[in-house]
Design a protein around this ligand. Structure first.
Ligand SMILES: C[S@@+](CC[C@H](N)C(=O)[O-])C[C@H]1O[C@@H](n2cnc3c(N)ncnc32)[C@H](O)[C@@H]1O
Length: 217
C-alpha cells in the first residue's frame, strides 16, 4: 500500500460534503476523470456473484455512475445508490426517470451509514481509496458490517499500485489486489480484476478491483 502525498484533504464530514457538492455542481458528466458510460469492471464482478435480481444491492459513493442504470436494465428491482452529493444523485434521478421503488437514492456519508437494511451486495468504485486515515477505514468497515448481510458480496475498486496518487485533487491510497483484500479481515477473496480506465480526456488510470464474500458470522 503506497502512502499518499501531503496535500489538502477534508478533515470532517461537513467539509467532505461541501467538497463533493462542489465537484458535481455545474459540471458535465464527463467533466470528472472517473466517468464511464459502461462500468464494465464492476458489472463483470457483479456477474461473478449469485445475487438474484430481487435481492438488495447498494452502490456507495455512487456519484452519477451508470451502475444503477445498468443493474435496473438487467432486471434488478432493489437498487440503492448512496452519495454525499445531492446534486450527483439528482442527476441520476433525472437520467433514470421514474422506476418506482426499484431505485432508492440516499444522501449520506458512507462512514456513518445506517440504512436499517442488510444488503446482499455492496459496491464501491473509487471511494474507499480516499480513506487515508486508519480511523476512517475502521468506520468504513463498521458501516459495511452494519449494512451487509452475513455472507454478503462485496465488490470494491480503487486505484492500483501504478495508478494516480490523487483523485479529484485529493490524496488517495493505492492498492494491489492482495493489499485491498487484506483491508477486510474475515472476508474471503473470490475474484480479482483490473483495468486501465481511460479518462474522458484520454489519460489512463490503473484500477484494482476485488470481489470478496463476507463472513457468515
Ligand atoms: C471518484 S467518485 C466515484 C463515483 C462512482 N463510484 C463512479 O465510479 O463513477 C467518488 C464519489 O464518492 C462520493 N463520496 C466521497 N466520499 C464519500 C463518503 N464519505 N460518503 C458517501 N459518498 C462519498 C463523492 O461524492 C463521489 O460521487
Amino acid at each position: 500500500m503506497s502512502r499518499p502525498e501531503q496535500v489538502w484533504r477534508p478533515e470532517d464530514a461537513a467539509a467532505r460534503r461541501d467538497f463533493w457538492e462542489d465537484v458535481h455542481g455545474g459540471k458535465d458528466l464527463d467533466g470528472v476523470s472517473w466517468w464511464q458510460s459502461v462500468p464494465g469492471l464492476s458489472l463483470g464482478l457483479v456477474d461473478a456473484t449469485d445475487v438474484a435480481p430481487d435481492e438488495p444491492v447498494i452502490d456507495v459513493g455512487a456519484g452519477w455512475s451508470t451502475l444503477a442504470d445498468h443493474l435496473l436494465a438487467r432486471g434488478h428491482t432493489d437498487v440503492t445508490a448512496v452519495d454525499l452529493s445531492r446534486t450527483a444523485l439528482d442527476t441520476v434521478r433525472e437520467r433514470v426517470g421514474d422506476v418506482g421503488r426499484s431505485l432508492t437514492l440516499q444522501v449520506a456519508d458512507v462512514l456513518d451509514l445506517d440504512t436499517g437494511r442488510r444488503y446482499a451486495l455492496w459496491h464501491d468504485r473509487a471511494v474507499f481509496h480516499f480513506l487515508t486515515e486508519p480511523d476512517e477505514r475502521d468506520d468504513y468497515r463498521a458501516s459495511l458490517e452494519r449494512n451487509l448481510r452475513p455472507g454478503g458480496w462485496f465488490v470494491i475498486a480503487t486505484f492500483g499500485p501504478d495508478g494516480p496518487t490523487t483523485c479529484s485533487g485529493l490524496p488517495i491510497v493505492r492498492y494491489s489486489h492482495e493489499e485491498l483484500a487484506a483491508e477486510f479481515p474475515g472476508y474471503t477473496l473470490v475474484d480479482t480484476a483490473g483495468e486501465d480506465h481511460l479518462t474522458p480526456w484520454g489519460t489512463n488510470q490503473q484500477f484494482t478491483a476485488v470481489l470478496l464474500r463476507g463472513p457468515q458470522r
